[in-house]
Design a protein around this ligand. Structure first.
Ligand code: PLP
Length: 390
């Protein structure tokens, strides 16, 4: 009998698609002279003092396992930072876990919480990992579509419509990848009320919170009565340009952090000791770097959004993150067709909105964490592409 490796692959793994971003970037890597507005990561190199902290850590031989929860001094620094910037107090010894990026923190959170069939509500378009992460933990994804007219913010009313007796978790991500949507405090308070009424656990992905351009960012964890039912996820990848260091963290009720730690200790053991030392330097002395990078992103955002609107691709102003999300419906192309043809004819790479869920169709995600001269050149090429279509 022929051996078929496929038959050994678990059903829920077979059912999840490859990330639309990865597929696209396999093509980009094989095309020369492309300007990429694709992958969602800062073009800045990690600030030197943070890299130096990693070098010192190596020099001093800090190369062993750390506590499963992560270095206590880093957890203490995180507790201080979250208290200062988010107005939520966490106990370093029991309420904080250092993970391998927000990616791992979210994965172990889903696995710690979900039983088969539990429903997880999230707003869409959204980060590509949410739906597969829920399915891999045997949960059921329950997306709520957001619209450009509302700045891609989600309302308590829209969330309430998808709540069922199986609803267990609500995932929030503001500012949002891929739309740059943010959330005002008044609506967040309504959502908090909803979570309390329906006994939902909230998971808030705060990875872009430092990259808020307008207004003050509020985390749901800081609202009255919400800390007890919230898992607060954050990390170093975006704000400090540290994607390759792979450090994120979860703050939450001790029982849930302990449950997540049990998975983490058997799967990951701990996050890299060297990266944890670098993260400590970042959180203690990196605030000015973050502010400087954010101001650069703001200039780039203003330019690219103006360029899209001028070329006839309506684009709302992203109030946070480093993504613009122009609407390409007027071209009559699907988002995938648009992205592929743009890449072929003008060598500009953007991600089709459909990669972020069905409600992303008709849009394109363009990352403006790219040097200004490249953004200018990409805009010119895109304007020419759109003109030639018309
Ligand atoms: C919304 C969101 N959450 C989580 C992540 C993963 O971040 P990390 O590098 O900390 O794993 C990303 C990365 O793009 C993201 O956009």
């Amino acid at each position: 009998m022929d051996f078929d490796p496929n038959q050994f692959i678990a059903r829920n793994v077979r059912a999840i698609p490859r990330s639309g971003i990865r597929d696209f970037f396999d093509i980009v890597q094989n095309t020369k002279d492309v300007i990429s507005l694709g992958v969602g990561e800062p073009d800045f190199v990690t600030p030197w003092h943070i890299r130096e902290a990693a070098i010192y850590a190596l020099e001093r031989g800090k190369t062993t396992y750390t506590s499963n929860l992560g270095l206590l001094k880093l957890r203490e620094a995180i507790a201080a930072s979250v208290a200062k910037h988010f107005h939520a107090g966490y106990e370093a010894k029991t309420e904080i876990l250092i993970a391998v990026g927000v990616s791992e923190a979210m994965d172990i959170a889903f696995r710690a919480i979900l039983n088969p069939g539990d429903e997880v509500i999230y707003h869409e378009p959204c980060y590509v990992s949410y739906s597969p992460g829920i399915s891999l933990a045997h949960g059921t994804p329950a997306p709520v579509s957001c619209r450009a007219e509302n700045g891609f913010s989600v309302t308590a009313e829209a969330i309430e419509k998808v709540i069922t007796p199986r609803s267990k978790v609500l995932v929030l991500n503001f500012p949002t990848n891929p739309t740059g949507g943010t959330m005002n405090r008044a609506e967040l308070e309504k959502i908090a009320g909803l979570a309390r009424r329906h006994n939902l656990l909230v998971m808030t992905d705060e990875i872009y919170s430092e990259l808020t351009f307008e207004g003050e960012h509020t985390s749901i964890a800081a609202l009255p009565g919400m800390k007890a039912r919230t898992i607060f996820l954050h990390g170093f990848s975006k704000a400090y340009a540290m994607t390759g260091f792979r450090i994120g963290y979860a703050c939450g009720p001790p029982e849930i952090i302990e449950a997540m730690m049990r998975i983490h200790q058997y799967s990951m053991l701990c996050a890299s000791s060297i990266s944890q030392e670098a993260a400590l330097e970042a959180i203690q002395h990196g605030e000015a770097d973050t502010v400087e990078m954010r101001e650069q992103y703001r200039l780039r955002r203003n330019f690219i959004v103006g360029a899209f609107n001028q070329m006839g691709l309506p684009c709302h102003l992203p109030r946070g993150s480093f993504y613009a999300f122009p609407c390409i419906r007027s071209t009559g192309l699907t988002s995938k067709e648009f992205a592929l043809r743009l890449l072929e004819s003008e060598k500009v790479a953007c991600v089709p909105g459909s990669a972020f869920g069905p409600s992303g169709e008709g849009y394109l995600r363009c990352c403006f964490a790219t040097a200004m001269d490249k953004i200018e050149a990409a805009s010119e090429r895109m304007a020419r592409f759109v003109k030639n279509l018309g």
